[in-house]
Design a protein around this ligand. Sequence first.
Ligand code: AMP
Ligand code: GLY
Length: 421
Amino acid sequence: MNIGLIGSGGREHALCKKMHESKLVRKIFCFPGNPGTSKIATNIKVDILNFQKILRLIKLHKIDLIIVGPEEPLVKGIVDFLNKNKIKVFGPSKYAAKLEGSKAFMKMICEKNDIPTAKFQICKNKDQIYNFLDICKLPIVVKADGLAAGKGVKICKSRKQVLETSSEIFKGKFKSSNKVVLEEFLTGEEASYFVIVDKNNFKFFGSAQDHKRVFENDKGPNTGGMGAYSPAPIINEKLEKKIIHKIIKPTLSALKRIGSPYTGFLYAGLMIKKNEPYLIEYNIRMGDPECQVIIPRLKTDLVKIFRSIVNNKLKSIKIKWIKDKCMTIVLCSKGYPGKYKKNVKIKNFNKIKLLKNDFIYQAGTLAKQDQIISNGGRVLNVTSIGKSFSTIRQKIISIIRKLNWKGGFYRKDIGWRVIVK
Ligand code: AMP
Ligand code: GLY
């Protein structure tokens, strides 16, 4: 079959590479893809929010199945649009995508279904902000209701900061929302838990831990993710049962009852405290960079899994994983997540020889003649599989040293919680 993959990051490069290994695949088209996907698929430059144009391309290239990587087209309804046009597509409907598209919606689902999560208040005005300030201890987490490209969350240590941050959101700092969600600050260890879902069933689809802060020792501002590893050792059997029974099942049942069953990847961002899970957020897609450490561990044909989901036959598929561990370190442009230069050549890129268990997924890159140049904040995801996180990390760092890219930086302490010095 012919596959269409929407997106252009490291996540999509990892998905593309895995699908390319499937015997079911004839051709893969990436909308728009990146220089990494161009080696194994056909990249087509297109605005991923221009659904009409994507539909024309799907028909032109006789694409049988569409996979959507990022959240924005999902939240804007690409699945409903393509389904209406009789195209098979993997991902949640516009309604179900509100689990990520609206933090207020996600919190209401939690409240109505007793799903453990931080105490919260949805605020439409200043009085409601004062109300919450009176009943909740500082720090307080201030969130914009809608999508904000990872910039809509601020942990505020003073009342003044809560008021200022909320006021910016009310004034329209994020176009997608002028509602504010205030939350109690949860402490503990974060982990990401993934399931893959069709209209009738769901299955485990990996666990990982991400490092959001830009600097070593988890210092500095939040980023999209500086590195990750899978599996997440913190998720033991007992905890997993709680995640499924207290969080995943009640959410999926709630959406079914509303008449909008969830399908696609579902990513639960969790805080773990004393072996109890609390839902911080839902994402309606694979994580980035979590996808880059989960997909290499997948043994089952990924296209077979996607095909079973769009036909609501997930039950008949057994999803298998290799026992080995996987880690990725994100090589970023100097200055990220603030201002950084673009178009910086990564001179040694073409000289790197990778072994079977090593991968470099491309994210913020462009190809110019035969050279790879940087084009974003998170540029390359250097990834490796092995028996211990400690040896994997050493291997990744040795590859990054060979790349010797003067325009970049990375965290050398990815996996610090699981690598005892
Ligand atoms: P979100 O976009 O909701 O995932 O938030 C981004 C990051 O902010 C999370 O990964 C957490 O590190 C942090 N965060 C969000 N909400 C909370 C909370 N209620 N308590 C503690 N940390 C939080
Ligand atoms: N790594 C966090 C995310 O994908 O949202």
